[in-house]
Design a protein around this ligand. Structure first.
Ligand code: OAD
Length: 251
């Protein structure tokens, strides 16, 4: 498959490229997505595991689940899709990486800054005084329901749960990037969860060229300029190669 001339032209002349990623970018690393056939929300109940009500009614269960996911993420590596996005950062005057993922694989692949809309799995914080804990480095500290060393408050994972606000400044920075960019890539997300799912349309309303990279159709597929039906780990390295060739052919 070759990328369209229109897409390569938009990309090669873009000052600012913004990218939104979802669980699909990490699928080829071996991290389960949420809404695919074998996705996490087919097997687990988000109300129990990813909400404040669920945490308050059974913190031990929620901790067990997050520790399990940390174990999985600690045992996998960034894939070619993450690496291609890290390389892309160097190629544009401005590049904004926005992710819904909590796995930190973008950072491990070399991306210097990712706007983490849904928090991360590495940190935990005290619900009372906001002290931050990295239990990966302090295994002995992790008992069933960890308590803050300073104030004894309940410690929770630093992820955003259903019904919670996204970090305000991070979301604002993502919205500004969507308004400012000339090309917006929506990669590996079902685009079902607001407000992240609204970002591609903000970009489109502001005249960006919007592209979806996803092997499956999504709710936004009909509203983007171009759809690439391939896994991100294949499409993104190929995009870098074709963009390079396109630029060379234009000098
Ligand atoms: P989803 O599981 O909803 O969607 C994953 C998308 O990735 C699907 O559209 C797949 O077709 C696509 N996909 C699968 N393999 C792929 C590959 N190799 N390359 C590219 N795409 C691929 O995950 P998200 O959209 O990230 O929130 O879900 C959004 C939010 O819902 C998550 O951040 C999480 C979840 O509940 C919270 O936990 C707050």
């Amino acid at each position: 498959m070759n990328f369209s001339e229109e897409f390569l032209q938009a990309l090669s002349s873009a000052r600012h490229v913004a990218v939104l990623t979802g669980a699909g970018i990490s699928a080829e690393s071996g991290v389960a997505t949420f809404r695919d056939q074998d996705g996490l929300w087919q097997k687990f109940n988000p109300a129990e595991l990813a909400s404040m009500e669920g945490f308050m009614s059974n913190p031990a269960l929620v901790w067990e689940w997050y520790q399990h996911r940390r174990g999985i993420i600690g045992g996998v590596e960034p894939n070619e899709g993450h690496k291609a996005l890290a390389a892309m950062e160097q190629q544009f005057e401005k590049f904004t990486l926005i992710t819904q993922n909590v796995d930190r694989l973008h950072q491990r692949a070399g991306s210097s800054a990712a706007l983490e809309l849904h928090g991360n799995l590495v940190e935990n914080y005290c619900m009372d005084c906001r002290a931050v804990y990295h239990f990966a480095d302090e295994k002995a500290e992790l008992r069933e329901n960890p308590r803050c060393r300073d104030c004894s408050g309940l410690v929770r994972p630093a992820v955003v749960w259903f019904g919670e606000m996204l970090p305000v400044e991070t979301l604002r920075a993502a919205q500004i990037a969507a308004q400012d960019c000339q090309v917006f890539l929506s990669i590996g997300t079902s685009a079902e969860v607001m407000p992240a799912a609204g970002l591609p349309m903000i970009a489109r309303e502001n005249f960006a060229y919007v592209v979806e990279i996803n092997p499956q159709p999504t709710v936004i597929s009909g509203r983007v300029h171009s759809v690439i039906r391939e896994p991100a780990g294949i499409a993104l390295p190929r995009l870098l190669r074709e963009l390079d060739q396109f630029r060379k052919s234009r000098v």
